[in-house]
Ligand binder design. Structure first.
Ligand code: SER
Length: 304
């Protein structure tokens, strides 16, 4: 049965998503009803390590947490460098959070990713398709989606595209170039991009990602299908070269060179675009930001 949401816990609150989701949740539930945690204790965060099973349980029970946003994770590039740590944090950490959620009958949001797809997925990824990722990170996200359906709790997720935002840096992912490029363009007028110019990936502005997260968590459980472990949501797709051209509308002297590294292989294993008809049908998902609008927002906000 759905309970009215009240007390909210966020893990990984200081990351790229957490920084903005905590603000949005505080507005929705009231500042004091949102407990932001991270392994770092600055910016008003309480320390919580997702590997500390007892610690999570204690916090969830003591604070009577009814909704958890579990954002603590390693991303693709960091994950491939430390595969065992990636598995521990992303899978064992999630299992710890699920166990705590179960004890207090809390609902859980756990992000998935476009990294669940592998080279055998069509370039425009459907909701239902074989999930054979090549990265450890992608595998941990597939397991996370499966746990959503087998854990026995109300658990939901979204296959986030690469997320573009200005409030907190992206960290350790393959799609980070689409964030770093803005900082470099404004600071140095130049960026060395670590993927090829023709690399096209699904991307999304953070405002859309936060809205999608809040909207998904509003829907009664019985309205959601077996896709709820990881909904495809589409923002917009563009190549690295198209991103450069859009930035040059604001900064005509901006230059970019393309020097692919190992992250190119991860990008190549992911689809170019995402089909989000299931998310639209089940909870009305529709993105608001296209490439030029994202670039306009990023430049304006980073210049201020
Ligand atoms: N943005 C993530 C990454 O690049 C994918 O979920 O690793």
């Amino acid at each position: 049965m759905d309970r009215p949401s009240g007390r909210v816990l966020v893990t990984g609150a200081q990351g790229q998503i957490g920084t903005e989701l905590v603000e949005a949740l505080q507005q929705k539930h009231g500042h004091d009803n949102v407990i932001a945690t991270d392994i770092r204790d600055d910016k008003g965060c309480q320390i919580l390590d997702v590997m500390d099973k007892e610690g999570i349980e204690k916090l969830v029970l003591e604070q009577d947490i009814t909704e958890i946003y579990h954002l603590a994770a390693l991303l693709s590039a960091t994950g491939e460098k430390n595969p065992e740590l990636c598995w521990d944090i992303n899978v064992v950490g999630l299992e710890n959070v699920i166990s705590a959620a179960k004890k207090n009958n809390a609902r859980l949001f756990s992000p998935s990713s476009i990294a669940v797809f592998g080279p055998d997925c069509p370039k425009i990824a459907p909701q239902i398709t074989p999930l054979n990722p090549t990265t450890v990170y992608g595998k941990t996200k597939v397991v996370g989606e499966q746990l959503a359906m087998s854990s026995g709790i109300d658990m939901r997720g979204i296959r986030y595209p690469g997320l573009i935002s200005y409030k907190a840096p992206a960290g350790g992912g393959t799609t980070d170039y689409a964030v770093e490029i803005f900082h470099a363009a404004l600071k140095n007028g130049h960026y060395d991009c670590f993927v090829r110019e023709d690399t096209k990936l699904p991307m999304m502005y953070m405002d859309d990602a936060i809205r999608a997260t809040l909207e998904l968590m509003e829907i009664p459980l019985e309205k959601l299908s077996g896709a709820r472990g990881g909904y495809n949501i589409s923002g917009c797709s563009f190549s690295a070269e198209e991103l450069v051209k859009s930035i040059q509308r604001h900064l005509p002297n901006f230059t970019c060179t393309f020097k692919p590294d190992i992250r190119q292989t991860y990008a190549d294993s992911w689809p170019d675009e995402i089909e989000d008809d299931v998310a639209f049908k089940e909870w009305g998902w529709k993105a608001g930001f296209d490439l030029d609008k994202i670039v306009d927002e990023m430049i304006i906000n980073l210049q201020n």
